[in-house]
Ligand binder design. Structure first.
Ligand SMILES: *[C@@H]1O[C@H](CO)[C@@H](O)[C@H](O)[C@H]1NC(C)=O
Length: 485
């Protein structure tokens, strides 16, 4: 039995609610009547990217004292948001990168070495991976190409003689001065900038020099990069980088690694206003014909080719630009598919979502078409009786089972608002339910659109439910995404 005191409070609340709160079903005005959220945020900072690209030095080749046959390093990060760094994708994203074995491929000669008698130069370029010493009884191109086939990410080799390096002549077991350097990008003779000149042996020995430096590119490298799991290719390759809203920042990679960029997008901290990373643009920066770095730019708004209009700045040209969008497993997560009226209408279900009321409940979970209630666009979901007739929580769920892959991890992301009835929102709550289990109970209080995310493991055909609301403590939900994590 409720105490007299409690009854009095309840009656007061009821009168208060009836007197002041016009429910969502009657197009009531939200109490806080807050400004619409500006979801576009910053656009791409191409100037920041270009100026950082002028500082970064990713060009290298085998160093004089480096032993041969070191394992190819994993993809490295050389800058994060205008700051030069030295780290790996793995340490930033905490993901294990798989090694992809390449099958033998065909090669083309990109440039030919000078005649043996004259001095030449070896490549100092981006994406240097490792080198080996090949048998120098002949100019052993075949063995060098074979080495590339067995080196992860290798698409180009530079083969050359290095003279007067005592490590090659006396120390390393191969006893060969024919170096074969593997790269993750193709380079041209203009990049033969290492011409030796180091005095490694005592005079009267000569200093080091290079002879017969040729380059070979794998033809498989022109093949389309593999599309990362959980993504779709939006455009590319083109020579334009996105100049688009919802920009979250960039990372420089030491090679054109689409999967690394996807891992970075997946692990990027969400923007408090715009939400999680949903799209990335990867491109290669070329200065005077030579690649200098590989940009991975991230966005919380999915962009497309129409904004891929940054061709470069000054000497820097954009090449190999591709855009990839994260695939949302929730069909119509923004509720924009509910489009039954020009301005205002609502429903307890349509093609993609259903709202479920408990027994004797009335419109306890609904979908509204009304710009004023939506986080973005005109569609938005509501938990709690739309006309305020009862105070039962409702359940919102996708109409179909989710096409999830068993055992995979997913990231559920959405925005939640509970400020419709001001102080009467104290009882607002949402149970986030995954296959019938409560993952979290959100008690937001009075709160304007806020971003939430959860890590979930799928078992296949999973069921997502958002259960809550308690009129007049209504809860709005919008822009729901379920991404492969
Ligand atoms: C092969 O390399 C070794 C070690 O540097 C060198 O002594 C030898 O002269 C080279 N042979 C040829 C044919 O270049």
């Amino acid at each position: 039995m409720p105490s007299i005191h409690r009854l009095a409070v309840l009656t007061t609340l009821a009168i208060f609610a009836e007197a002041i709160i016009v429910p969502p079903a009657s197009q009531g005005v939200p109490d806080l009547n807050t400004q619409p959220v500006d979801l576009n945020g910053a656009t791409t900072d191409i100037t920041g990217i270009v100026s950082t690209a002028s500082l970064v030095d990713q060009k290298s080749g085998p160093s004089l004292r480096e032993p041969p046959n070191l394992p190819s390093p994993e993809t490295a990060i050389t800058a994060i948001d205008n700051t030069l760094v030295k780290t790996t994708v793995t340490s930033v994203t905490n993901t294990r990168r798989s090694l992809v074995k390449r099958s033998p491929s065909d090669y083309v000669q990109v440039f030919e070495g000078k005649q043996k008698a004259s001095r030449d130069g070896s490549i100092e370029g981006t994406g240097y991976l490792t080198y080996t010493l090949v048998d120098n009884s002949t100019y052993n191109v075949d063995q060098c190409l074979d080495f590339c086939d067995h080196t992860k990410d290798c698409v180009f080799v530079n083969i050359y003689y290095e003279l007067n390096n005592p490590l090659l002549d006396w120390i390393f077991s191969e006893k060969s001065n024919l170096k074969c350097a593997a790269y993750a990008d193709v380079h041209y003779s203009a990049e033969k900038t290492n011409i030796g000149g180091q005095q490694l042996e005592e005079l009267p020995h000569d200093s080091t020099y290079i002879q017969r430096s040729s380059g070979y590119a794998s033809l498989t490298n022109v093949a389309e990069p593999e599309i990362p799991d959980g993504y779709e290719l939006v455009f590319g390759p083109t020579d334009g980088a996105n100049n688009a809203p919802g920009y979250m920042g960039f990372v420089f990679l030491d090679r054109y690694d689409v999967q690394a960029c996807a891992d970075l997008c997946n692990s990027r901290d969400a923007d408090s206003i715009g939400g999680g990373c949903q799209y990335f643009n990867i491109w290669r920066a070329v200065v005077n014909g030579s690649p200098v770095t590989y940009t991975c730019a991230m966005y919380y708004i999915v962009a497309d080719e129409s904004t891929a209009v940054n061709w470069g700045q000054g000497d820097l040209k954009v090449t190999q630009s591709r855009g990839y969008a994260r695939q949302n497993l929730l069909p119509d997560g923004g509720f924009e598919g509910y489009d039954e009226c020009p301005v205002f209408c609502f429903t307890s279900g349509y093609e993609f979502w259903k709202g479920i009321s408990p027994a004797f409940g009335h419109q306890d979970a609904t979908i509204f078409h009304y710009t004023q209630y939506a986080h973005n666009g005109h569609g938005v979901a509501l938990l709690g009786s739309a006309d305020g007739r009862d105070n039962f929580p409702g359940s919102l769920t996708p109409s179909q089972l989710l096409q999830t892959q068993p055992g995979k991890r997913y990231s559920l992301q959405f925005f939640l608002s509970s400020d419709f009835s001001g102080m009467l929102e104290q009882a607002a709550f949402v149970d986030v339910m995954w296959n019938g289990e409560i993952i979290d109970t959100i008690k937001p209080g009075v709160q304007h659109w806020k971003f939430y995310s959860y890590d979930l493991t799928a078992k296949g055909n999973d069921v997502l439910q958002l259960h809550g609301g308690k009129a007049p403590s209504w809860v709005f939900l919008d822009d729901m995404n379920l991404f492969l994590a």
